[in-house]
Design a protein around this ligand. Structure first.
Ligand SMILES: [Zn+2]
Length: 405
């Protein structure tokens, strides 16, 4: 082990005995008591020396016997220590690709803030290279999202969509202006290749069929350009994914509202079917409206989806996708994050496992648990279409209600 104090966090002395690592409340912590000699020894923990050499340096600085080991253990316990040689063979392979690692170094530093053990951060970053993700939909959201995942080191990012690039599909970080008129899927895959810090591993070069819910994908992201599909995802469309047990995440923009979630872990968290049943319970007219939206005429003009909203959605969805791929449980499991123009204030709504949904997540009892946080309840309390609320609204003139679904 070549111990290294995580370089992502700035250091400062709070007083003569206490060091603060980091500036922001989310990741800063203090360590003490620490004397000045130990404090200056921290500078030697920069990943260039092994433990043996560090002990030698400690003796030279007249630090007491065992002090260096105690310090290293303490830093590791506090999650402040990295290992410049850790992370396993795939991390070693990544270290050899200096240009790739230079590109990913801010992502690596960011991962070091959320991984507790030495070597974990680069281990996770290297593991992304072997992950395979499929993004379905290559509009303003999907193409940017796919490029973000590739840029963050995910080795296999496939994009599927139909048709040709329209002028309004163009977005910074996504489909470029010179792709207008080209096939959407091919252009999006080109954008993905351009965004990737490295050539993809050979295995990921092949392309799976879009309908088959290929179990080879760690995650499928549904980012439809069609706004009805964003607002009311069709459970039938996700059936092959449910059957094959493929985790999938919804993301998109509908009429100036951005949506991220739910992340569906089939049979464990609420799915598109659960969402539909729950909405039908709350609003008996929901199925009637959905039927009209789905059978309605295609829009003659592009749907409202401004660049900042589309990019915010792509960013949050990519962050949740990466969290899932890195082995964490993002908050979109069992919930939908939504934000609307003009202020893009994100709020969450639970997607509870529904008892009549064939996905059987309700039987596992996990879906509901995942969405049981205070904020969700608060949001629901405001937006729940209670009978009382409906009566009050019924007195208003037609056309002035706030839609509650
Ligand atoms: Zn379900």
């Amino acid at each position: 082990m070549h111990p290294m104090v995580k370089p992502a966090l700035r250091r400062g002395w709070r007083d003569l005995n206490t060091v603060q690592f980091g500036m922001t409340p989310a990741h800063a912590m203090t360590l003490g008591p620490m004397d000045l000699a130990t404090g200056s020894f921290l500078d030697l923990l920069n990943g260039t020396r092994g433990l043996e050499l560090l002990r030698e340096e400690g003796r030279r600085m007249d630090l007491p016997d065992g002090h260096v080991d105690k310090l290293v253990r303490g830093l590791a316990r506090a999650g402040l220590l990295d290992d410049a040689r850790g992370g396993g063979p795939s991390a070693d392979a990544l270290r050899k690709k200096k240009e790739v690692l230079d590109r990913l170094s801010p992502d690596l530093a960011s991962l070091s803030l959320t991984t507790p053990s030495p070597g974990d951060a680069i281990g996770q970053l290297a593991a992304r290279r072997s992950q395979r993700v499929q993004v379905r939909g290559a509009g303003r959201v999907g193409a940017v999202l796919a490029s973000l995942l590739a840029g963050a080191g995910v080795g296999g990012v496939d994009v599927v969509d139909g048709g040709r690039v329209e002028p309004w599909d163009v977005a910074p970080g996504g489909l470029p202006p010179d792709a207008v008129g080209d096939r959407r899927d091919e252009s999006a895959r080109r954008a993905v290749r351009r965004a990737a810090p490295d050539r993809p591993p050979r295995r990921a070069a092949g392309r799976a069929s879009p309908e088959d819910g290929d179990p080879g994908f760690s995650l499928v992201i549904l980012a439809p350009r069609d706004d009805v599909a964003v607002h009311a995802p069709d459970p039938a469309a996700a059936e092959p994914l449910m059957t094959s047990g493929t985790p999938h995440l919804y993301a998109g923009v509908v009429e100036g509202t951005g949506v991220v979630g739910p992340l569906v872990l089939p049979g464990e968290t609420g799915c598109a079917g659960c969402l539909h049943e729950d909405r039908a319970d709350r609003d008996p007219t929901w199925p009637r409206l959905v039927a009209q939206w789905r059978s309605g005429k295609q829009r003659q003009v592009p749907p409202p989806c401004d660049l900042t909203l589309a990019t915010a959605v792509a960013g949050l969805a990519a962050a949740h996708a990466l969290a899932f791929l890195d082995g964490r449980a993002p908050s979109s499991a069992g919930a939908r994050w939504e934000c609307s123009v003009p202020d893009l204030h994100w709020r969450t709504r639970p997607v509870r496992a529904h008892p009549t949904c064939p996905c059987a997540a309700a039987k596992r009892g996990k879906g509901e648990h995942l969405s049981e946080d205070g904020e969700s309840h608060e949001t629901m309390a405001v937006q729940r279409p209670s009978e009382q609320c409906r009566e009050a609204e019924a007195e208003r003139p037609a056309g002035t209600w706030r839609a509650h679904v």
